[in-house]
Design a protein around this ligand. Sequence first.
Ligand code: 13P
Ligand code: SF4
Length: 337
Amino acid sequence: MNLPMLDQAATSAPLLLENIPALQAEVRALARERDAVILAHNYQLPEIQDVADYVGDSLGLSRQAASADARTIVFCGVHFMAETASILSPDKRVLLPDPDAGCSLADSITAQQLRSWKRQHPDAVVVMYVNTTAEVKAETDYCVTSANAVDVVAHILREHGEDTEILFGPDMFLGAYVEKTLGCKLTVWNGECHVHAGIRPDHINAVRSAHPDADFLIHPECGCSTSVMEYVASGDVESAGVYMLSTGGMLDYAETHGGERRSAIVATEVGMLHPLREAAPGIDFIAANEAAACRFMKMITLPKLLDCLRELRHEVKVDASVADRARLPIERMIGIG
Ligand code: 13P
Ligand code: SF4
């Protein structure tokens, strides 16, 4: 599979480095004036991460959105994240600086498809990744992120019984990771994130032979994750130094090992390298695949953030009847792990 390259046409012209501090100062001043909190995902451009109030993974961002005091939340991320914030804080204004910032994984299952899947499995508990539309969440029993998918499924099996059928979607690699970790069987939707699915075993083999002593941090959405788990299980890959982590878990790794001189291969979207290098400058972080850039995440630029704050535009609002049904699975997600 060829990885999609960052689509330059979808982003505005590159900013001149010397203009960044002035734009960031303007963003900060406007955010104060507008009583806005700026939340940014770990895959955002460095200059966006650096101007945000909070940078984190999907779980951390959802928790921040739920507890934000500010009147306005500006979400520097993708559409489903802004929707989740709006569902959790229906009285706040949630803005997304580019309304076209979508997600190929969220697009891989529709509410109609989920309804028909549920009809085929009427007794199943439905577990959906947070990377889904609000309509899909409204059909879901529990949402998960990569940081707590294992804990949520373990909780369901404890509460509902070991034999409970679970429909898990839409990411098939995350589903396989949960199955392998818990030794359970899930009914898994056949969806994927095009960026992570494109990080293939051959990329990993090449980068690992170039850096044999490096640790290996893998996001469970990656197309290589299933084979790495198999290599580890068969003993072909030494398990020490191999970590399956959400983006937040990768930051915990950086904080734990920050004082040591070591190198680590990072298999996820390349935006993650920025917060990792900031958190642990002594560690040599190496991208598993330099081309693994999410063009949706990179649609959020400083000029668009500034416009959105200035005009208070691109509000994301979820219809109340959908939001009311989608809130419970999200709250369950936030409460576990
Ligand atoms: P996490 O931040 O939950 O690890 O998610 C990765 C992702 O792909 C978000 O779009
Ligand atoms: Fe969606 Fe993948 Fe981009 Fe994350 S990296 S927003 S899962 S397309």
